[in-house]
Design a binder for this molecule. Structure first.
Ligand SMILES: [Zn+2]
Ligand SMILES: [Zn+2]
Length: 348
């Protein structure tokens, strides 16, 4: 939104107001819902005609992953500078950082190990980017536990499908919007959507709902759940079993989640109708109400720990709930199309 309008009537402004406005950068960019601070900074730089790689000097910071570092910690002097130059208040800026409600251990690391299956710091949903009036990156795309888009249900990507490079908008030296790959210029909005199974999508959503709650920090079992989540590759077995979840690419993390949620990975259930009824009854007894976040944290931690015969986190789940049963039960407690989809495919 440009602040200068040639056709506006002449208004004599008081000197103090004039000084404030004169301090502002020409174009103000408003934060979008759930936008990541670095994404907003890149859009702000572009809108004011400065490439992100040069914008770092405007802020007086060192080059490199400067904007990704600000996502993790926004110093007060930078917040005040941004407030003065854009009018976006420090509390609005703080909402865009990652320091508030997301468990830090589950964030994708900024360092890159260079492996083909190694993690990238940021993921994206090409359909979200394509639908945005001004394409932007979401805070939750920084989480290692996320492999699908909440809105579209499709799998996220963490690499450019054309050059296989990671997202490096902080290094963009040209005046190009952030949804173009810095290395090769590919329009990320055009990236094809990779397949993800409905059960994996349900797991993704279940983890996301439980981990997005402040309860995970307060719950005595929150730390256990975070450990189990980071150890998902080992619970899943297979190619990545010695790796930590946060060190893996989106494709590799999806592979682990697919193994954990694939019915073929579990013993075939030859139960009779009577046994199925008993199981259903037991599940109804063990599944807590939706708003009992601590109990859900505990159940999920237990279910994720079951595969390798680890001891249970607590006594509550001593009879054991398998992950697929848990997801089915979770789907039943949460309304909407996700519920119907999961019921259909998990058969609950
Ligand atoms: Zn999306
Ligand atoms: Zn590329």
């Amino acid at each position: 939104m440009r602040t200068v309008d040639a056709h506006a009537p002449t208004i004599s402004i008081r000197e103090r107001y004039h000084n404030v406005v004169a301090d502002r950068w020409p174009v103000t960019v408003m934060p979008q819902p759930e936008e990541l601070l670095s994404s907003w900074l890149h859009r702000l730089a572009y809108a004011n005609g400065v490439p992100p790689k040069a914008f770092v000097r405007v802020l007086g910071l060192n080059p490199g992953m400067w904007s990704a570092a600000l996502d993790l910690k926004l110093p007060a002097d930078i917040a005040n500078l941004l407030y003065t130059k854009t009018g976006v208040a420090p509390d609005q800026l703080a909402v865009m950082t990652l320091s508030r409600d997301l468990p830090g251990q589950l964030l994708l690391p900024l360092r890159c190990n260079g492996h083909r299956d190694g993690s990238a710091w940021l993921q994206f949903c090409s359909r979200c980017l394509a639908e945005d009036a001004q394409p932007y990156f979401r805070r939750r795309w920084r989480l290692a536990t996320r492999v699908s888009c909440t809105q579209h249900g499709c799998r996220l990507r963490d690499r450019c499908p054309s050059c296989n490079g990671r997202i490096t908008v902080f290094d963009q030296a040209g005046l190009v919007p952030q949804h173009y790959c810095v290395a090769c210029g590919y329009d990320l909005r055009r990236a094809p959507v990779p397949y993800i199974s409905p059960a994996t999508r349900a797991l993704d959503r279940c983890i996301d709902n439980i981990c997005s709650l402040e309860a995970i920090g307060r719950s005595p079992l929150g730390a256990a759940l975070i450990r189990r989540l980071l150890n998902m590759p080992s619970a899943a077995g297979g190619y990545y079993k010695t790796m930590m979840l946060s060190s893996l690419s989106t494709a590799a993390r999806t592979y682990c989640a697919e193994r954990l949620t694939s019915p073929s990975e579990w013993p075939v259930d030859y139960a009779t109708d009577d046994e199925k009824d008993r199981k259903e009854h037991r599940l109804r007894r063990l599944i807590p109400p939706t708003n009992d976040h601590s109990a859900w944290t505990e159940l999920l931690a237990n279910a994720l720990g079951r595969r390798r015969g680890r001891p249970m986190v607590s006594e509550r789940n001593e009879s054991g709930i398998e992950l697929l049963d848990l997801l089915g039960a979770y789907a039943r407690t949460s309304p909407g199309p996700g519920r119907r989809l999961v019921q259909e495919l998990i058969g609950t």
